[in-house]
Ligand binder design. Sequence first.
Ligand SMILES: [Zn+2]
Length: 489
Amino acid sequence: MTVEGPAWTASGLRTGAGKYPMAVEQHVMALAARLVPGVTTVTPHARYYALHTLAAAEAEERELDRRQAQDLLRRMEVALAAVSFVHHDGKDTSLGRAHGTDALAGRLRSRTLSMPEAAVAGKGGYVQASWGFSGAYFGSELILGLLNEKRGPGPACDVQVLRSGMGELVDIARRDEIVLSDLADYGHLCMCSAAGAPDGRWLARLLAGSDSRTPDREQTQARKDTIQLIARIIDTHPVAHLTRDVGDVLAFGDFLVQDEETTRNPVAAVWRGLVLRNHTVGAWRRLWAWLVDEVAGLTHISDVASAFADRLPPGPLSSFLDSLPGNTLPSGQPADAERQLWNGYDAPDRDLAILAVGARRVDELTGDSLDVFAGRRDQELTPAWFAALLADARSTSARDFAVRLTKILIARSERVALAKARRRADGTLWFPARLRVLEDGWLYRVGEEGRGDVNMRLDRLGNVLAGAGVLAWEDGVCTVTTLGRELLA
Ligand SMILES: [Zn+2]
């Protein structure tokens, strides 16, 4: 089970020990969890929130034991996947693919589906876990008050509403054999049909509106403010891709301080700091993955450092820094320097430039944005720490600085891996680093490092909100629906 908040972040890092070799991601992940409680990177679909809640209510009413309750829930998940598959002729819905569709694909292409066989947890079934896909949603469903700690219906469960939206899914789930062509009549139960349906409205109100049944958590307000902020940006800008387009408005430009509605939003400045910080986190991750890729067979640390140095111009570091695009607009707000510099993977010079731009922002941002962005000066890889490192090295050559930075990063990866290393039951050591450091500076690697950006949950939140009918996509552009406007007013 995963629960959000600091605990969620901690457990996420533990289980993903090999995934975060630089341990530079926690701050962004923890803050995203605080700003968007109830939606995580593994809860993309609105209708599953309703499905799991209805399953819990049915199980309670029928006094099902644990095993029976699990069976009902899994059958309902299979039914949702089957209905959605039929509704879209086997193609993905605009909201993505129902959970378990890939494992079920063979069965869904036959004429009939045996529910007892499809809904098995484990070998041959659509899922491994006995609670189906609800494990991924459970922490979020607890936060929203849909379920209680014992997986029973929570304070926000409204069984009448859920039955009027999805009650027929329970009937389909109870059948032992399903003729797939019969499901064509049930398009209103598809993943894509929650928008406008009673269960979609119910979830929309819990996420974005005011509902007295939502547990009174401090973070509920942060989520509502975040949704308000995103909706306002969608209303005023062309948004085709939430993380990129909304993220850019959050990070750069004057909108946050000029738009009257947005200036009043208490999380706007926090998001600015978070998105800007995530640009530096992404740069560290790409730079580290690139350095590790330079290790082929047995490679000496000096060769990796030289490879990085060769990507930088000759001359002092100060010249490199002075050649970078400006950080700020005439108004003093951030210019999109990180966006201009970004050049994907295999551009360590650009990643260094993005980090240097971030270092400058430590002196330019103010208030909540600065608090969220800068980090502690005595904490490695924070913008504040990097600013101090650059200031100290300005007169050295850029290439010498690359060598120094390479050594710092390799030493850090060793420390991070050692802190996470565990003794296995058989006495051998489990050591998560993909890069191994031998004596005298020799290196070898046992795999590639992750290089993707840390997910700030904006896309997942957008998908859940679109599923619940708060947002909609029209010709590839995101819009706020009438329901969304009503809830957010
Ligand atoms: Zn559909």
